[in-house]
Design a protein around this ligand. Structure first.
Ligand code: ADP
Length: 486
């Protein structure tokens, strides 16, 4: 099949979160299954054209937006065998960040991503690569199905093209005032509850949910949760109405990037059969954070956006227990200023036990996965979560809240049977987290049991092949629906 995957971020070119990892890895797995893929993303300032050897491909692509025509240039690179197209428009994308600065979202985000969505379609026309399925991701691409089914409804070349829309996080919807309709060149007839209106605003994510042929989200559990008021962020009704077309496909992880036996970022390589190198990685991590180099302390870690979604307030509150547990803690993350302050304050109290890097650092994130003993993910909601799977691969034991993809991937360790790959809890208090950390530390102090638990985790397989086959089946279902042919 011919597939165009459109995403506002794609690793290794531009990344703020898990979406980039997925958009960078799934195309490789689909290409392995024999599909003809193209990936499209904006060319942000963050994209290093020299490092990734980007070449100019198309000097001038006219794209309608906001009642006028703007010109994009297209650059080409690749991920393995898959061509990747970068939409260049410096007015929209040559900026410090992808979506927002510390002063808030860019005020023209509606126009920036309406332009991107329309550019994806105009590019396929010019290249004469109209795919069987556009695989769209999150609100930034929600207008691709919208244009296909409204503005471009009469365009014969797009007639058979279907859309799979994947929700990576329902908490980010692309909400704008009604003026976004004009920015996106869309008519007022769509501004109603059955279209893209959402409590008086324009909602790009809802646009994707309404106009796509099929919808997926990134774990089975999250696909159920988002149909409830608690997790639906106001869109539960829309999702329930489309329940028959809504599927959960767990993200895989890219073992080319994340495997302790070949990771270039870590101090020593190790594997399930030869785990000795992990001790050197732990010492290296302690040094990197200026902590005492002790092999016998449990080293707890977090790599995360610092946001309340991630339950980081619970972690900050739990840190006063570190001396009692005789444990250390390292954190790599950036986000809400109150959380930065909370972690700084905890470090001021327990400096010899806490290491902080309040920033974004891909190399360090690998060192942490390799060197830590336990990884904390007390998320209030978590569509899939990647770090618990990276942790398992690196022999680092996840302690997670039982929600979304965390619930689907982590089975609690039972010392009696030796089964399980981590620890999980249900509450949303720091006490609930702490209680589970205490249980984990108790197991850590039983080296035989701990070795078994680590081994169970390292034996888990979350490679993309299985998920790619599930996507393939849905693409096929879309083709059958649109063409009537099996
Ligand atoms: P989300 O997409 O909600 O942020 P995921 O767990 O799906 O959460 O993916 C987060 C990805 O971003 C992981 O690859 C994680 O390692 C990475 N990441 C998050 N914060 C940082 C950081 N400060 N530095 C480096 N990588 C980070």
């Amino acid at each position: 099949m011919r597939i165009v995957l459109a995403s506002s971020e794609v690793a290794p070119f531009a990344k703020t979160g898990g979406l980039a990892d997925v958009a960078g890895a799934l195309p490789k797995a689909l290409a392995k299954l024999g599909h003809d893929l193209r990936v499209v993303l904006p060319r942000y300032r963050m994209v290093d054209a020299a490092k990734h050897r980007l070449r100019p491909m198309l000097a001038s692509l006219p794209v309608p937006v906001a009642g006028r025509t703007e010109i994009a240039a297209i650059w080409q690179g690749e991920i393995g065998p898959v061509p990747v197209y970068f939409v260049q428009h410096d007015g929209y994308y040559d900026r410090e960040a992808l979506y927002q600065t510390k002063d808030g979202d860019y005020p023209d985000n509606a126009e920036r991503f309406a332009f991107f969505s329309r550019a994806v379609l105009e590019l396929s026309r010019v290249l004469e690569f109209i795919p069987d399925v556009y695989h769209c991701n999150d609100w930034q691409t929600g207008l691709i199905p919208t244009y296909l089914r409204t503005t471009l409804h009469g365009a014969r070349e797009f007639h058979a093209a279907g859309v799979l829309f994947t929700v990576h996080n329902l908490g980010y919807q692309g909400l704008f005032g009604p003026e976004a309709l004009a920015a996106a060149d869309l008519g007022h007839d769509l501004f109603n509850p059955f279209g893209i209106e959402f409590y008086g605003k324009v909602n790009f994510l809802k646009a994707g949910l309404v106009f796509a042929d099929l919808i997926t989200t990134v774990s089975r559990k999250y696909s159920e949760e988002i149909q409830t008021e608690e997790f639906g962020h106001g869109l539960e009704g829309v999702l329930r109405a489309r329940a028959k077309d809504l599927h959960g496909i767990l993200n895989g992880i890219d073992y080319d990037e994340w495997h302790p036996s070949r990771d270039p970022y870590i101090a020593a390589r190790f594997s399930q059969n030869d785990p000795a190198g992990k001790a050197a990685c732990k010492a290296d991590l302690q040094r990197a954070f200026g902590l005492p180099e002790r092999a016998d302390v449990p080293l707890l870690a977090v790599i995360s956006r610092l946001a309340s979604q991630k339950g980081m307030d619970l972690v900050a509150e739990a840190l006063d227990a570190l001396p009692d547990l005789d444990a250390q803690f390292v954190l790599l993350g950036t986000g809400e200023p109150v959380l930065h302050q909370a972690f700084e304050a905890a470090k001021a109290r327990h400096g010899s036990r806490i290491g902080l890097k309040l920033g974004f650092d891909v190399g360090l994130s690998h060192k942490i996965e390799a060197g830590a003993d336990m990884f904390l993910m007390p998320s209030r909601y978590e569509p899939c979560g990647l770090n618990q799977m990276y942790s398992l691969a690196y022999g680092t034991v996840p302690i997670v809240r039982a929600t979304g993809g965390l619930d689907d991937t982590i089975q609690p360790f039972d010392p009696a049977t030796g089964e399980g790959n981590g620890f999980k809890f249900a509450g949303t208090t720091s006490e609930a987290l702490l209680e589970t950390v205490r249980t984990a530390v108790a197991v850590y102090r039983q080296p035989e049991e701990w070795r078994r638990l680590v081994k169970n985790g390292m034996a888990c397989d979350f490679s993309w092949d299985r998920s790619a086959r599930e996507y393939e089946a849905l693409y096929q279902q879309i083709v059958t629906r649109r063409t009537g042919k099996p």
